[in-house]
Ligand binder design. Structure first.
Ligand code: B16
Ligand code: MG
Length: 218
């Protein structure tokens, strides 16, 4: 029986990808690197350092670990300027209502995200108190598709992996959920449709009980 709902953050709760793009773009312009909106698609669900490594690959560049860290720190500073202006209005449609109803019905809720800025983002959106556990990039050492982030979330909820269901917008995240023995509901991104157990365009007008039954194949 499903008792816990684990949510990815970027692309599921809020669209922070546009701010990641603006921040990487600014850094890339300073460095004279190519980086466009299509390249940004490759960075969704990927860690900060891995994102910069992908940008280096696109540009046929190599850098020392030290320099990679330096530029990731600069990018994050730019990114935080956007995040500090984030408001509740940027919650994706239907998310808050869905969470409220699910929690009222007794489901436990967690975040399982690669972002080291998860807590700040949830605070800016005024929904941090709606999560019983927040597992983010600061708490894991293995990136999705490794299931670590979701397994830790289930543990912190005090549930078995099989009692949790994951909401994800990236293929790596869907695979991570499956690697952890959890069902995965794809959200928004049509690319994940063939990987997930059930797909929704978004949370508007979604009945959580019906959705969970469908994802479980009932
Ligand atoms: P940060 P998710 C991911 O969030 C983003 O999709 C990805 O683009 C970003 O690089 C990653 O978080 C790390 O973010 O720089 O804030 O630590 O989809 O796992 O919620
Ligand atoms: Mg995501």
């Amino acid at each position: 029986m499903i008792r816990g709902l684990i949510f990815d953050l970027d692309g599921v709760i809020v669209d922070t990808a546009k701010y990641h793009f603006l921040a990487w773009k600014k850094l890339c312009d300073q460095l004279g690197f190519k980086f466009d909106i299509n390249d940004n698609e490759l960075l969704k669900g990927v860690s900060r350092v891995r994102s910069f490594e992908i940008i280096l690959d696109i540009n046929g560049q190599k850098m020392s670990e030290e320099k990679i860290q330096k530029y990731c720190t600069i990018k994050n500073k730019i990114y935080l300027e956007y995040i500090n202006r984030l408001t509740e209005d940027e919650l994706l449609p239907g998310v808050k209502d869905f969470m409220t109803k699910a929690r009222d019905k007794g489901y436990k809720t967690a975040i399982g995200s690669a972002s080291k800025n998860s807590l700040l983002i949830l605070e800016r959106l005024h929904i941090h108190e709606m999560f019983d556990a927040i597992i983010d990039g600061n708490k894991v050492s293995n990136a999705k598709p490794d299931p670590e982030v979701f397994v830790k979330a289930a543990q912190e909820l005090g549930l078995q992996n099989s009692e949790c269901i994951v909401f994800e917008d990236s293929v790596a995240g869907i695979v991570a959920a499956h690697n952890g023995g959890m069902k995965a509901i794809g959200v928004g991104n049509a690319e994940v449709q063939s990987y997930c157990d059930y797909f929704i365009k978004g949370f508007s007008n979604i009945d959580e009980c019906v959705l969970i039954k469908k994802a479980e194949g009932e």
